[in-house]
Design a protein around this ligand. Structure first.
Ligand code: TXA
Ligand code: MG
Length: 324
């Protein structure tokens, strides 16, 4: 079983133990402000291979490489002016920028899936400190079995991967609750590759341009599997529910009462106040709770498609997609 170290009681011990396991070439679970990551040395091919084995991810997809700061990122990637402005405005934070990889970078091709670009993110708080202490970038997908719901607490990680990893660093519930927003500049134009924890409108404000959202581009660039079933609970998922069938689980939003909800197996409300940040923070935990209730179907109320709602709705569509 994995050791679990609470970073709030022993931050230095957590950093030392984390660096030791990472240095041996094994992945560890780390807290970030978005979701928990399964992190390994991005320059060590054996360590990256273990991430894929641990997650049961069938293919070698590009992984986000996490850096301690912009200076470390500049050792590995070439920044155009728009990307630099976004990095300066939003790092550390829930934004990943895809950039041309520098020839001298030691990030291994298994982390970039052999692409000549690299997805970089500077996480907030403890994860950034850990990377600074380790001295090398960490490749880290979400710390969950491939295709399943992402982990937003150490308990989630332990329940899913606890038997397969050596160490979980516990910082409590992830503040943002959905993965980072991913963007890429192409020919001076900014493209949204994945909606996430940083609302698109904030990126547009700093970049001074609209984000391009092209299904075709994201299908080509995003890892296989990203567009198909993902974030899948055991139960079926039904979106935009306006009526509950007896025995379904209801995940509601706001104060509108959903007819039939008195006969629901469980009712969870992402945010009674209609606050999308609160809803994002609760999303994956509530999906797991609804699933654990034993309901055959989880019904979701409509979530507004603005701000963080874009990322929430993206995850819900994937959760509802036909399973392979
Ligand atoms: O919030 C997050 O981003 C979390 C936490 C742990 O930081 N990490 C995460 O990582 O979601 P990951 O490795 O699962 O994200 C991988 C996705 C790929 O499926 C792809 O869409 C995109 O990041 N990506 C990574 N490198 C890319 C590249 N070079 N070109 C295009 N997309 C890339
Ligand atoms: Mg994931």
């Amino acid at each position: 079983m994995a050791d679990i170290i609470d970073i709030t009681t022993d931050r230095q011990q957590a950093i030392d133990a984390g660096c030791a396991v990472l240095g041996e070439g094994f992945p560890i679970a780390i807290p970030t402000e978005t979701v928990y990551g399964l992190a390994a040395d991005a320059t060590n091919p054996a360590a990256i291979t273990r991430i894929y084995e641990t997650k049961g991810r069938p293919r070698f997809n590009p992984l986000i490489c996490h850096m301690s700061d912009l200076a470390m990122a500049e050792e590995h990637a070439v920044f155009d002016p728009v990307s630099r402005a976004l990095a300066e405005a939003f790092w550390p934070g829930p934004l990943t920028i895809v950039l041309p990889l520098k020839a001298e970078s030691h990030i291994h091709a298994l982390a970039t899936a052999g692409l000549d670009t690299v997805g970089i993110r500077v996480p907030k708080g403890f994860a950034g400190e850990l990377i600074r202490a380790f001295g090398r970038p960490l490749a880290a997908p979400s710390a969950n079995t491939s295709g399943k719901i992402s982990a937003t607490s150490a308990d989630h990680v332990e329940a899913d991967l606890g038997g397969r990893i050596k160490l979980i660093l516990d910082a409590g519930a992830s503040a943002v609750g959905v993965e980072s927003t991913i963007v890429k500049v192409e020919d001076g134009k900014l493209r949204l590759l994945r909606p996430g924890g940083l609302p698109a409108s904030e990126i547009e404000r700093v970049a001074g341009q609209k984000l391009l959202r092209s299904k075709k581009a994201s299908a080509a660039i995003e890892a296989p599997g990203m567009l198909a079933s993902h974030y899948a609970p055991g139960a079926a998922v039904r979106l935009d529910a306006t009526q509950i069938v007896a025995g379904e689980a209801l995940i509601a939003f706001g104060t509108t009462k959903v007819p039939g909800s008195d006969d629901a197996r469980i009712v969870l409300n992402l945010s009674r106040d209609g606050d999308l940040a609160e809803a994002a923070a609760n999303l994956f935990d509530y999906m797991k709770k609804a699933d654990a209730s034993g309901a055959a179907t989880i019904a979701f109320s409509t979530i507004p498609d603005e701000g963080l709602g874009e990322a929430i709705n993206d995850r819900l569509r994937r959760a509802a997609a036909p399973r392979e």
